[in-house]
Design a protein around this ligand. Structure first.
Ligand SMILES: NC(=O)c1ccc[n+]([C@@H]2O[C@H](COP(=O)([O-])OP(=O)(O)OC[C@H]3O[C@@H](n4cnc5c(N)ncnc54)[C@H](O)[C@@H]3O)[C@@H](O)[C@H]2O)c1
Length: 388
């Protein structure tokens, strides 16, 4: 067998232990040779459990990316350091898997895209929901035109109660936001990928901080301290695209609703629709009657094959390692994740200003639509536009 790829892990916390390290450990063409965490014991524990016998342990990520004999770096730290760590690793000649969200703002995300393009190294983002069986099947339907023209979609990441109270998730500054950037990012990524739609033209958003005063909240990860909860509790977006499609994005860590779903979407096309509320369901009309079908994605009827909890995290890990070995392009591309970042940022900005955010040719433009359409700068919101 050819030489194994050598991987380094930065940030040995929840997602490292829950997804990446166990998934990489199941692959026989990669080995984990370096671990870094500001909490040294976490890096040591990762090295003991998953590392090669001579695995190295660091507390400064720069020492890890500087290793000569390292092929790929996993950036699994809080959101505010994704960009600097990813750029440093790419510049040091390593391929990078960086966790979602790509970065806390579009400027930092663009730096990552440009570093990948400049260095020619592979960069992907941890949107494992694309690798679920329902997502993969729905992608085939969409690409084959089975839904017709998809002109309306909902992207949902809504929890009745599911506030992550560990780590620094409630810290708006370090995470770049709350449920929108944390889980809304998955739902939006999935929706844009399924519909292959990466050209937004306008974005409206609202955020809420309701439920802040809930005492002893029925939260699976324990009650939260409202003083530490500096992000929004819920965020909603209304996004329109160049091809006429509209996406409504709903995200919340705590919403009084029974219509919940994590990283799911509803697609409405001219020929048929699809939703992921109760597994994947396709709906349409045939011979003047409406129908709803549920594709058998898990080998229904054959007990041996009913691996219902197929492991999207493992599929993601295997795919990225295969891309490096075979020099192919990852399914989750940096420029796609950049557009997701731009839209999330625009939702936050619109929520602050109360105004829509307009885009032209892939970049945010003037916030008066007529000026944007005419390629002019906004002089002043009240006075209209100046010449570009
Ligand atoms: N793909 C998914 O579904 C998914 C799920 C959970 C988390 N995530 C993402 O993974 C990232 C980490 O989340 P988590 O839940 O593992 O958080 P966590 O707090 O459990 O783990 C983060 C780890 O990074 C370490 N760390 C912090 N700053 C560091 C630095 N400068 N250098 C080295 N180590 C540092 C912390 O000590 C901690 O051990 C976040 O970006 C989060 O959005 C993705």
């Amino acid at each position: 067998m050819s030489k194994k790829l050598r991987a380094g892990i930065i940030g040995v916390g929840g997602i490292a232990n829950g997804k990446h390290m166990p998934s990489l450990a199941r692959l026989d063409n990669v080995e984990m040779v370096a671990f870094c965490d500001i909490i040294k014991e976490r890096a040591e524990k990762g090295a003991q459990q998953y590392g090669t016998p001579d695995a190295k342990v660091f507390t400064d990520y720069r020492d890890l990316v500087a290793l000569d004999d390292l092929d790929v770096v996993y950036v699994l730290t809080p959101n505010d350091v994704h960009s600097e760590m990813t750029v440093a690793a790419l510049e040091a000649g390593k391929h990078v898997m960086c966790e979602k969200p790509m970065a806390i703002n579009s400027e930092q995300a663009l730096a990552m895209v440009e570093a990948a393009e400049r260095t020619g190294k592979k960069l992907t983002i941890g949107y494992q929901n694309r690798f679920r069986a329902d997502s993969q099947y729905l992608k085939k339907l969409c690409d084959a035109g089975e839904l017709g023209e998809i002109y309306f979609a909902k992207a949902l990441a809504v929890r009745r109660r599911g506030v992550p109270t560990w780590g620094i998730f409630l810290n708006a500054k370090r995470q770049g936001g709350g449920p929108l950037i944390d889980i809304g990012t998955h739902a939006l990524d999935l929706t844009l990928w399924l519909t292959n739609n990466y050209k937004p033209v306008s974005v409206m958003g609202v955020t809420y901080r309701k439920l802040a005063d809930t005492e002893n909240a029925a939260n699976p990860w324990g009650p939260w301290d409202p003083k530490e909860f500096t992000t929004e509790y819920s965020a909603f977006g209304f996004v329109q695209f160049e091809n006429g499609m509209t996406v409504i994005l709903e995200s919340s860590w705590a919403l009084n609703t029974l219509q919940v779903g994590e990283a799911i979407c509803v697609l409405c096309g001219t020929k048929a629709g699809a939703d992921m509320f109760d597994g994947l369901r396709i709906n349409g009309e045939k011979f003047s009657k409406l129908y709803t079908t549920k594709p058998a994605l898990y080998g229904e009827g054959v007990a041996f094959y009913e691996a219902r909890h197929e492991d999207a995290g493992f599929a993601e890990a295997k795919h990225f390692i295969d891309c490096i070995v075979n020099d192919t392009e990852p399914i989750v591309k940096p420029r796609q994740a950049y557009v997701v970042t731009q839209i999330l940022e625009a939702i936050y900005e619109s929520a602050k200003t109360g105004k829509p955010i307009y885009f032209k040719n892939g970049e945010k433009c003037c916030d008066v639509q007529e000026c944007c359409d005419d390629d002019k700068e906004c002089c002043d919101d009240d006075k209209g536009c100046c010449d570009a």
